[in-house]
Design a protein around this ligand. Structure first.
Ligand code: ZN
Length: 339
């Protein structure tokens, strides 16, 4: 998307979001899309270590920031909660190949039965690996998600993400099949693994309208999906700045979290605060710009001077590529909030 964003453009983006193109160019791609569910399968993904971040929580950290041929689309972390009575996976990656690698790593560390998989939201890097879990653990394996996530994946959004991932990775994810979630869950749902209790949190529109965060109560860990990120700017095309800020506050207030485990970047105690201050800086700068009647085109320059943005520019992956678009979205949201 070039130049200033329009309201019409924003809504088009919300309908088909993408980490790269914001939906633009989709028509051209659709005409040449390969049969992504053909028998052909892309190559295996190289092993990545399973790292322990708390007594029950283990994470495979993604190497990539955006999906590309050299990372096979591996851009978001896969997390396992290993309890006495079983294992729950949180998100399944961008492809069958990524999920197969993660299952290999899990099995080298634990032979506890698989109790379920939770998809935090409908962006493809969080659920396109579902079919590998079904293949490994059976079709009765609970695939948990918010009902809105399930219905997005069952519809055009699911196909869009599967086919786009094939394109962005130059066919590395071929063979990935859509396996939509099969158990609708919502705020307050609990999975008991004996010595580890998983509690789901949902606070309305944040990164998407249907995000789930997964608290592992005994460990003080919150697996936040994409509601928070570590040194990345969360894509907000399907979400809301104000909603994200409210969700972050609710997650902090309604849990005893000491480690925030994002789907992008590294887990740690400061992730929520890092994300909150960045989003607050972007949104508050835009509110101020709207109040003063500053045009959208000049809002970016004002926002970039905010210390909360200035201090993060150098350490944030994809900053130059993304910050302009996110300030545009924040500006429109601030405008809508005012009138
Ligand atoms: Zn996402």
């Amino acid at each position: 998307m070039s130049g200033s964003i329009t309201r019409r453009g924003l809504f088009a983006c919300a309908a088909v979001s993408s980490p790269l193109l914001c939906g633009c160019g989709w028509d051209a791609w659709a005409e040449t899309a390969p049969d992504a569910e053909s028998q052909v399968k892309g190559p295996p993904v190289a092993d990545r270590p399973l790292t322990r971040i708390s007594p029950h929580v283990f994470m495979i950290e993604a190497p990539g920031n955006i999906p590309a041929p050299d990372n096979g689309g591996f851009m978001s972390n896969l997390t396992f909660v290993i309890g006495r009575d079983g294992v729950v996976a949180i998100d399944s990656g961008s492809s069958t190949q990524i999920a197969e690698m993660a299952i290999r790593q899990l099995r080298a560390a634990s032979d506890a039965p698989m109790a379920g998989l939770i998809n935090t939201h409908f962006h493809g890097d969080h659920w396109l690996g579902n079919q590998a879990f079904v293949d490994a653990f059976g079709k009765d394996l609970p695939l948990y998600a918010h009902a809105g996530t399930r219905s997005a994946i069952e519809g055009a959004v699911g196909v869009y993400w599967r086919d786009s991932m094939v394109k962005w990775t130059e066919r590395a994810t071929l063979g990935t099949k859509i396996a939509p979630p099969n158990h609708d869950v919502d705020h307050g749902f609990v999975v008991d693994l004996g010595d580890a209790t998983l509690r789901l949190h949902h606070y309305g529109v944040a990164h998407t309208p249907y995000d789930l965060a997964v608290e592992v109560e005994e460990d003080g860990v919150m697996c936040g999906g994409d509601v928070m990120m570590d040194r990345r700017i969360a894509i907000i095309d399907d979400g809301s700045f104000r909603g994200t800020l409210a969700a972050l506050d609710a997650l902090e207030k309604n849990s005893r979290t000491t480690i925030w485990a994002p789907a992008h970047g590294r887990a740690g105690p400061g992730v929520l605060r890092w994300q909150r201050e960045l989003f607050e800086g972007i949104y508050e700068s835009c509110v101020e710009a709207v109040k003063q009647g500053v045009e959208l085109e000049r809002a970016l320059a004002i926002a970039l001077k905010d210390p909360r943005l200035a201090s993060r520019a150098a350490e944030t992956r994809g900053w130059d590529h993304n910050i302009g678009r996110y300030v545009s979205i924040a500006y429109l949201e601030a405008e809508q909030a005012q009138f």
